[in-house]
Structure formats: structure tokens, C-alpha cells
Design a protein around this ligand. Structure first.
Ligand SMILES: C[S@@+](CC[C@H](N)C(=O)[O-])C[C@H]1O[C@@H](n2cnc3c(N)ncnc32)[C@H](O)[C@@H]1O
Length: 387
């Protein structure tokens, strides 16, 4: 394999721009990108590049000798390369796809069987329309009861973070009960979630196990969905880069007797109902190529929500987490449900991204916040439309 990806741009009479091009390319490490001139043809040798920055820089060059046209042609040629890897902000054009190949992969897959635990499900493929009175609404109540009023197969994506039984100070419910009781209540909501999810719809549950109780909540929840015959689409590690316990909580300090493990991340467990493929129109996709390449790597580095005090809620996730999940797993115009909507992060992000939403929370106080956030989003959108 060549060390560089080579682009040949033929007959654009580049010789007279040699010095200008040398200046322009001089901004980039030679081992990342450099050019050669061969007669009147331009040869670009490319290994890696922060392409959006390169395009921007090329756009900033002002000249009246035709250099802009040459730079535009270079940008266009690089932009047309659709296969690349990502490393930080740079696109990798060589050496990113040297994976070990398994021979007869499809045959072996068939022999093993795909998602054997979800075969023979009874999910109907007939999707239904969610009645208007639930669309773009914030509803107060226990989701296990509220969702009973929704038709089967009427929601595209459920994005949620349930209470974790950590003993947090929520507005009007106990967060620290016997584990069996906790899972009974949680699963009564999730059962309804599965029913209202469309065929091909996804449910994404953000969960942080209570490590100090030695209860792997993320495994127990995953096992529940698999027993209910949903397909485990995968797991994303949300790395918040903060410690979930004090530096001094070592368990047994400097001894193998019983060291305490520390975590800087939470999980997103993702499940599909009936099919891994989700129907949607091409024009309703809003994820860019770079966002897609970044987000399919299942470790997201996203800072935790810093404004919980301001919103008056003890356990929020950040908007960036919700928008990443929505762009990767839903289409514009889809219906997004959060049955534990809290201060309304999911519903505010859904509105910003042109999705429909329905948020349910047991607390009227949190729902007021959620509604206020939606009206703020509406104001922002109105301002943007005026510009
Ligand atoms: C972890 S918080 C969700 C926070 C939310 N993701 C945010 O960013 O604001 C869980 C929420 O579930 C709500 N809740 C607990 N049990 C509920 C139930 N049975 N039905 C509806 N909401 C419930 C709590 O009031 C709490 O706001």
C-alpha cells in the first residue's frame, strides 16, 4: 500500500502558482499533505488532514491571479474522497482500514445465528400514528399509567435516563428503595415503552450502575429487554471524565484485599424492536459525514451537565448527549419519547433538532422547567428564522 493517497489534477496550468501553492501548503506538516508539479499537472499527496479547517483556509485566500480557482479545485477533489477514518479533528486517508478479515464471515454468522434471543417475537410490523393530543406535549404522571393511553407502535425513538435508586433528592418520589421493588417499578414503565415503540424503533437507556451496591443495573436492564425479545443494538460508553467517587475512597488502600474501582463513565444501552433497520426519508437525515464517523465509535467524550442547580434538578444529562443520540438514531420529524423527562433535556433537544416529542415526568415542578425550556427553544428558533 502506498504511504500516501495520491490525487492527480490534470491540465490546470499550475506551474505559475508554484510559489503561492508552496506558501499555502507550507501551513501543513509535509508528512500530512504536500504537492508536486509534473508538467502542468498537480499531484497532491495526502495522508491526513483537518479537512474543514483546510477548506476554510483555502476560502480565506484572496487573489486575483486565479489561485482561488486552483485551491477550489483542490478542495473539491479532497472533498470527493468519501472513505476516510477519523483521528481527533483529522481525517485519515491511508492506513485506517487495515482490519483483520475473517474468511467466510457471512456463512459463519449464519451458522451461529443472529440475535437468537430475539427470534420468534410477536411484534406487529403495523406502525400507528400517535394521536395529536400527545404530540409535542409534556405530561405529568406515572409513565407506567400514562403510556397505557398511547397506541401500540406509535413512537420512533425513546431516549431516557431513569432514576438510578441512588437516594437522590427528587421532588416527589423516593429514590432509594429495595432493589426488587425498584426493578418492578422500572420494568412496568419499560414494558409500556416496548409496546408503544414502532417496529424498527429504538430505545436508548442511559444508566449508571450503583457500583457501591454491587448491582450491575446496566446488565439487569439489558437482560430485561433481551428477555422481552428486543435486539441489543449495542452499548455506548459516555465518558464524562469526572470521578464518581472521592479520591480518598480507595476501599483497601494499596492492598489487594478489597480495592474500590472508580468509573468516569456511564452507559447508553441501545435496543431495537423487531428490526435493526429504521424506516425514514433521506431528506430527513441531519447527521454530517464527520459527525457520523465520530459517533459510530462507541465511546463518547461529553462533559456532564453543569447547570443542574440552575434547572433545579439533581440528575440531568447534557444536551450534547441527547443530540448525538438523536442525530445518529432518528430522522427529522420522528417522534421522540422520554418517559423520565426530568427538567426536559430530551424534549428541548428534540424540538431544536426538528423532531416531535413527548415528555412524561411524575413531578409537576420538573415539568414546569421542561415547558419553560421548550418556550426558550421556540424563541431561539423564531429569532433564527428572522435572520
Ligand atoms: C434521572 S432523572 C431524568 C433527568 C432528565 N434526563 C434531564 O436531563 O432532566 C429521572 C426522572 O424520572 C422521574 N420519574 C421517576 N419515576 C417516574 C415515573 N414512574 N414516571 C414518570 N417519571 C418518573 C423523576 O421525577 C426524575 O425527574
Amino acid at each position: 500500500m502506498s504511504e500516501y493517497k495520491t490525487i492527480k489534477i490534470l491540465s490546470i496550468a499550475v506551474s505559475k502558482y508554484k510559489d503561492d501553492l508552496r506558501d499555502f501548503f507550507g501551513q501543513y506538516p509535509k508528512e500530512d499533505i504536500h504537492f508536486e508539479i509534473d508538467d502542468d499537472n498537480l499531484v497532491i499527496n495526502l495522508r491526513q488532514l483537518d479537512f474543514p479547517a483546510f477548506k476554510n483556509n483555502a476560502g480565506l485566500v484572496r487573489s486575483n491571479n486565479g489561485l482561488n480557482k486552483v485551491l477550489d479545485t483542490i478542495v473539491e477533489n479532497i472533498e470527493n474522497i468519501k472513505s476516510y477514518g477519523l483521528k481527533g479533528s483529522k481525517r485519515l486517508y491511508v492506513g485506517y482500514n487495515k482490519e483483520r478479515k475473517v474468511k467466510n464471515r457471512k456463512g459463519k454468522e449464519q451458522k451461529r445465528g443472529l440475535y437468537y434471543y430475539a427470534q420468534n417475537h410477536n411484534f406487529s410490523e403495523q406502525n400507528n400514528i400517535l394521536p395529536e393530543n400527545f404530540v409535542n406535549k409534556i405530561i405529568t404522571g406515572n409513565s407506567a399509567q400514562v403510556l397505557k393511553k398511547f397506541p401500540d407502535n406509535s413512537v420512533d425513538l425513546i431516549f431516557t435516563s431513569p432514576p438510578y435508586n441512588f437516594g437522590l433528592d427528587y421532588d416527589n418520589h423516593e429514590d432509594g428503595t429495595d432493589w426488587n421493588d425498584y426493578f418492578d417499578k422500572l420494568f412496568s414503565v419499560f414494558k409500556e415503552c416496548i409496546r408503544v415503540l414502532k417496529y424498527g424503533g429504538r430505545i436508548i437507556v442511559n444508566v449508571q450502575p450503583l457500583f457501591s451496591d454491587y448491582i450491575p443495573i446496566h446488565h439487569i436492564i439489558s437482560n430485561f429487554f433481551m428477555t422481552e425479545k428486543l435486539i441489543w443494538k449495542g452499548e455506548i460508553v459516555w465518558d464524562k471524565h469526572n470521578w464518581n467517587c472521592k479520591y480518598t475512597a480507595w476501599g483497601s488502600w494499596k492492598s489487594p484485599s478489597n480495592p474500590y474501582l472508580k468509573y468516569t463513565w456511564e452507559f447508553l444501552e441501545i435496543f431495537s424492536k423487531g428490526s435493526l433497520k429504521k424506516q425514514g426519508e433521506r431528506e430527513n437525515i441531519d447527521i454530517t459525514a464527520d459527525e457520523f464517523k465520530k459517533l459510530v465509535v462507541a465511546k463518547w467524550d461529553i462533559a456532564p451537565e453543569r447547570k443542574m442547580k440552575e434547572y433545579g434538578h439533581p440528575a440531568m444529562f447534557p444536551e450534547n448527549l441527547a443530540s448525538s443520540a438523536m442525530k445518529l438514531f432518528s430522522y427529522r420529524g420522528d417522534i421522540i419519547l422520554d418517559p423520565f423527562n426530568g427538567a426536559g433535556t430530551t424534549t428541548a433537544v428534540a424540538k431544536k433538532l426538528g423532531r416531535n416529542y413527548v415528555g412524561i415526568d411524575i413531578s409537576e415542578k420538573y415539568n414546569k422547567k421542561a415547558k419553560k425550556r421548550l418556550s426558550d427553544v421556540q424563541k431561539e428558533l423564531t429569532l433564527l428564522n428572522k435572520k
